[in-house]
Write a protein that binds this ligand. Sequence first.
Ligand code: BGC
Length: 757
Amino acid sequence: MNLNKPYFIVFLLFAFIRLQAQERSNIPMVQELLDKMTLDEKIGQLNLLTPGGGVATGSVVSKDVEEKIKAGQVGGLFGVSGPNKVRVAQELAVNNTRLKIPLLFGSDVIHGYKTTFPIPLGISCSWDLELIEEAARIAAVEATADGINWNFSPMVDIARDPRWGRIAEGAGEDPYLGSAVAKAMVRGYQGADLSDPNTMLSCVKHFALYGASQAGRDYHTVDMGKIKMFNQYLPPYKAAVDAGVASVMSSFNDVDGIPATGNKWLLTDLLRDRWGFTGFVVSDYTSLNEMIPHGLGSLQDVSALSLKAGLDMDMVGEGFLSTLKKSVKEGRVMEEEITQACRRVLEAKHKLGLFDNPYRYLDSNRPKRDILTPEHRQFAREIAARSFVLLKNHNTILPIKKNAKVALVGPLADSRKNMLGTWAPTGNPDLAVTVIEGFKKVAPDAIISYAKGANITDDKELAKKVNVFGPRVVIDQRSPEVMIKEAVDATKSSDVVVAVVGEASEMSGESASRTDISIPESQKKLIRALVATGKPVALVLMSGRPLTIAEEYDLPVALLQVWHSGVEAGNAIADVVFGDYNPSGKLTTTWPRNVGQIPIYHSVKNTGRPNPKDRFEKFKSNYLDAPNSPLLPFGHGLSYTHFEYSNLAAEKSEISQNESITINVTVTNKGNFDGEEVVQLYLRDVIRSITPPVRQLKGFKKVFLKKGESQDITLTLKPADLKFYNGALEFVSEPGEFEVFVGTDSNCSLKTLFMLK
Ligand code: BGC
């Protein structure tokens, strides 16, 4: 290295000043505390533990966790809840450690706390940001009432591969919508003042790119270029940071060859230096230790690497606790680096007001008052109905008359345990409303005959795998033939058939990837037999992911996608099936025809050999055995009414850089029901310095229209909506023509233009 001496000294000076600045806190109280702390005490703050089974069996914390807390070796816990239990743990820290530093209490409150809402993928299909923020607000009120002050949510990983089970936990495929949802959730959890005992620290996860796991297999490799990263995958995390998220969770996967948990480019250069994040970074569950099998060295090596990269807290793995002191002694880590991580953890505790009162979240009157209130349950019912997507409605089979004779069949029609969906550890499945209960409540005059009709799956091995958290798939003693016959018999005296089919809740979620995402064969046989009766059939489809349903879609049926919709599932499904609520959900993921089309999403690039006709042509970019188009496009979702679009116009034909432009369109409700429509705007940047997607979502508005009503809708494109990350990763817009498409889904064809000067 050619070292020019004076420059090198100045460089060292700057580096030293920067480090000093990062070590010191702007909060005098935190700085005073840091000044008093020993190296061991600082390392203790970087350790996040879960007592695991101890909570379930009633004791607050298991033995060694208790000892570690008393020894000042724990900065936070998760998996402990209830003001009384949390108080015991908090007292262990406050009463037994030299500096009385309180603990953080974390939890995965992914879609509601005890009042479980639909899975996040379902919620995103409401496209209703106020509703989404309110769901997060209610979740925070309930969780904080139970003593929790830190939430491992929102999960904002863009997911374009429905084989990946965790697609259920996020807002789907699109960075624009995903960013808006991320912001709404952070606002909902954190509120305006984090020291308010109703608000909690939010933790955006899994940073970064976890949704791009190769082949949809969980925890798998991610390999992605920076242009795609910046334009498609990073925006929702950045949006959460811009909304002031207090913490970030690093992901399991590698990013450009280095696991996220030890990736300095990701955790420091991008997150802190470029985006200005000032909170703390926690690892995912043992993701620090998992860098050993990733191939990056020993526990001491990966712990040192991760701390230096910008990781502040180690979840469960205890790599920081067991190796950092040794690394300081050996000169591999500087004490200042530990001080900096500790400062960030202490500042979060300060934001929560825990130093003023470590027990501020521990009011034992609150759970009764704030959790599972009738208002919260009513909200759960409303948000569930708004998450449903009417995929198809052959012969307007839906809605059903409330005095109809209904054959209600299918393995999910009377299944309580599958209603909450994946990642609902704080909810209680026994409180969920089944579909049959909802039907009886909403349509007491309907004559309902029930038959199970099929097992969720007949595959015993699969059943065993998805029953890890209790019985989700119960394989009946009766033969499949007998069950199908029973269901067909039930249709004989009925006007209409409603079949509730799909996935068990644990067929999606973490470590629940599938290579075949169709409806299991046992249920396909039932569906075929039901359709063969000639009765009108409505399929109510439950799943945690888009499914491949080409066969069912071709049948003369109605198809209502209801995800796993939470504690009020049955009531909400009945509300929509019987027409008390007119469905308004829109898909936030593209639904493929078959797994061979995956990954599939609306904002694809054109290629040099496009085939817009969607019919095979030799030497064009297409398949021999399937069209390029998906079965159902992003943004798709029908209503009991229908909407027409007209008069699309841009306010101006030309704008300059940094100018906004409004786009006007008239939407008319042409059907016989009042209803809501999500008006969607897609933009095409026709020519630019890096290849543009054919179209990208850049605006939407959810509007309510009475039957026969017309409304003039205005959507505004802001300067940032025209920008993208160019080859030098600068966020720019480039002069030229923009095409604007507005309509009911991502295939919409109504078009206007404007020029950017
Ligand atoms: C998941 C995270 C979760 C953490 C703690 C991990 O397995 O990936 O999403 O927050 O566990 O429960």
